[in-house]
Design a protein around this ligand. Structure first.
Ligand code: GLA
Length: 693
């Protein structure tokens, strides 16, 4: 288990470095991400290089037995770069420059930026690739975090080349973008601009390509650096830190280029769905590279500095959140950052070593956690532990949240609601693109899959045909990969499997704010009252929002119909036996009760079993091979039944009372599940004797 943090010794005088290494050892730290923002220290002026300080730091760490995840330091160009080469600066939609003074002020497609960054990486790689302390490479930092899209002239030129590479001829682009609409037909690639400020909606197909391009430019920067590292003979794993479900970068496309997935996760203490959302993030990053444990590259020991209000973590929360990562596949737990900064924008951000020193609750929880993680036995690689998948797709995300739709949809929020109903049941879930669906899953939820590529549709159809249970809808299978309607109406790819015919979207208004284009801005003209429709599933009264689509059965059984509103009488939920499996369609976005009822029906239909039956509220459970992790995130002590062995103490487990924030790591082979209370030995109460109330 890796344990450590970002280490920024360039912010501190040399006298501090020995103390750092000593305290790192005390905390159980065995790895640091070194020098992520050190470019100006390494190269204070063009042609001037200073590696002496870095040599010293690396030697000290090495002598202390601490591995180095060496950063390429390219995320924040030094002032001389911006002053000498203003063409490296990015621009916003109106073409106005972003200026230096913060970080990430580089245009990813700028050839000059890439040349300068490449030179830095080459020097670092040649100097340190063979150093025994360097065990991993950390490329850039959170690509696109502050500046996901760049509209500069460098981007314009790169965009034209990227489009030419994608379409080859301008006619092919015109077809893909549907440019006969609004006189947008292009005569050549040099007539195309980034989607800068325009009077009204940009062409939606072009916006989708712009999103792809913007993600690709960041990926190209990563790949350029990776290529330089490899060319210099680096054999260590190479990675960069993801940010979970980060809309601007299609991580499914990035993942094959990572040797190990690294992720940054800062659960918001004020978010009532903090546990669910973080679990989703961890399942997402694990699913990006099955079979390879991932690294939690950054989390906070306590408060962050960048939310409007920044409360700290309650006692025990750090360990509980960490266990969630371990249980869901992480083999590394790291923080931003090692020593709290004394200057700069992040001086109020917590760290492993607080500014107040070691006689602090934070230091004690950090050292306790280090000891606990260090004592864990080797854990199995996270493999195909999930029999359930939730489809999550970046291109769909970009397209479904485009403008000019029947209804505004927050795709991530919607997916999280469906995921939540599985998570609270203690069912292990993979989060994958539709193309990744195969017969290894029993149940697949593909909510709001508006953009469905041919290959994704084929995989979903194969899955159902082969015996799987699929749920999709609403607003699914509407457009192709160019964000164009397909010929033949809607639900053209999945219609036969679903056994329905789709007639109309039935937008209800929803919680969105209405608007109309006025000049350059969208003028808000007030909130549209959210329409609602009612239906009942398995005896549960549910309400739907967003849409009450008009769908007709064409072979499907109607499981539930709308009971109110204009759509009354029309199907709300359908089920169709197809091949050896079945496909369900939900024609609205159900409320929590509705989602729960639908998921309950799907779980029953598919035969999927939770890790622990009847998981008590407040508990979270995850499986990682034979390791089962149970965490009590609630405020009360809860009993959990699980037959296995405590992975930390070796003691037998049958029934365990978990105090708030308490974590149980237990060996419980898959064959032994599911655990039902009836399976407990009669004398289980004996084992509970003496437990705390
Ligand atoms: C991100 C960055 C770090 C730091 C932290 C603060 O994760 O990668 O450099 O800014 O946020 O939370």
């Amino acid at each position: 288990m890796l344990y450590g943090a970002d280490y920024n010794p360039d912010q501190w005088p040399e006298e501090v470095w020995d103390d750092d290494v000593r305290l790192m050892r005390e905390a159980g730290v065995n790895v640091v991400s070194l020098g992520i923002f050190a470019w100006s220290r390494i190269q204070p002026a063009e042609g001037v290089w200073d590696f002496a300080w870095l040599d010293t730091v690396i030697e000290k760490l090495h002598a202390g037995g601490i591995q180095v995840n060496l950063a390429t330091a390219t995320a924040s160009p030094p002032p001389w770069v911006s002053a000498t080469y203003p063409e490296t600066l990015p621009a916003d939609e109106s073409g106005a420059s972003f200026w230096p003074g913060s970080r990430q002020h580089f245009a990813p497609s700028s050839p000059v930026y890439r040349r300068l960054a490449g030179e830095l990486v080459r020097r670092l790689a040649e100097r340190y690739a063979q150093h025994p302390a360097v065990t991993m490479w950390h490329v850039g930092n959170e690509f696109g975090c502050h500046l996901p899209m760049d509209f500069s002239d460098a981007a314009r030129d790169a965009y034209r080349g990227w489009l030419q590479g994608r379409y080859e001829t301008i006619d092919a682009l015109n077809d893909a973008w549907g440019t006969s609409f609004w006189s947008q037909r292009y005569g050549g690639f040099d007539e195309i601009f980034p989607p800068r400020l325009a009077p009204y909606s940009h062409n939606p197909s072009s916006m989708l390509d712009w999103r792809r391009f913007s993600s690709d430019m960041l990926l190209e920067c990563y790949l350029m650096e990776r290529g330089i590292l490899l060319a210099a003979g680096a054999t260590q794993p190479i990675t960069t830190n993801f940010m979970g479900p980060f809309k601007p970068a299609d991580y499914a496309k990035w993942a094959p280029h990572m040797d190990v997935i690294a992720d940054d996760c800062y659960p918001d203490p004020a978010n009532p769905n903090r546990i669910r959302d973080a679990a989703f993030q961890r399942d997402l990053v694990r699913s990006l590279k099955p079979g390879v444990p991932w690294i939690l590259m950054e989390q906070a020991t306590d408060a962050v500095n960048w939310r409007p209000s920044n409360p700290g973590k309650r006692p025990g929360v750090l360990a509980a959140e960490t266990a969630q990562s371990v249980g869901r596949g992480a083999d590394g737990i790291m923080f931003f950052q090692w020593r709290q900064s004394r200057a700069g924008s992040e001086k109020f951000h917590s760290a492993m070593l607080p500014h107040a020193g070691t006689d602090t609750a934070t230091w004690r929880s950090v050292t306790d956690l280090g000891a606990r993680l260090g004592a864990l036995p080797a854990l199995p690689a996270p493999g195909r532990d999930a029999r359930v998948a939730v489809v999550f797709d970046w291109e769909n995300w970009w397209a479904i949240e485009g403008r000019d739709h029947p209804v505004e949809i927050d795709y991530l929020a919607l997916v999280l609601e469906w995921y939540g109903a599985l998570h609270k049941r203690g069912i292990m879930v993979d989060i994958v693109a539709p193309e990744r669906i195969d017969g290894g899953y029993d149940l697949v939820l593909a909510p709001a899959l508006y953009l469905l590529r041919d290959a994704g549709a084929a995989a979903l159809n194969r899955f159902v045909d082969g015996g799987g249970t699929l749920l999709t809808g609403p607003f699914s299978d509407i457009v192709d990969e160019h964000d164009q309607f397909r010929d033949g109406g809607f639900v053209t790819q999945l219609g036969p499997a679903l056994g329905i015919r789709f007639e109309d979207f039935g937008a209800l208004g929803g919680a969105s704010t209405g608007g109309m284009g006025v000049g350059a801005q969208v003028a808000r003209v007030g909130t549209i009252a959210g329409g609602r429709v009612d239906f009942s599933v398995g005896g549960v009264e549910a309400t739907g929002s967003l849409v009450a689509e008009v769908v007709h059965p064409a072979g499907a059984e109607v499981v539930a119909s709308f009971t109110s509103g204009a759509a009354a009488g029309s199907p709300a939920l359908t089920r169709h036996m197809y091949g050896s499996g079945e496909a369900w369609y939900v024609a609205t976005m159900p409320d929590a009760a509705g989602i729960d009822a639908v998921v309950g029906a799907l779980v029953a239909a598919s035969g999927v079993r939770p890790i622990i039956d009847d998981l008590p509220a407040g508990l979270e459970v995850a499986r990682r091979g034979d390791l089962v992790t149970v965490i009590n995130h609630g405020d009360a002590t809860v009993e959990v039944g699980l037959e296995g062995t405590d992975a930390e103490t070796g003691a037998a487990v049958v029934l365990r009372a978990l105090a708030p924030q308490e974590v149980l790591f237990a060996w419980a082979p898959v064959d032994a599940e599911p655990q039902t209370p009836e399976a407990f030995p009669e004398d289980a109460s004996v084992l509970l004797a003496g437990r705390k109330p």
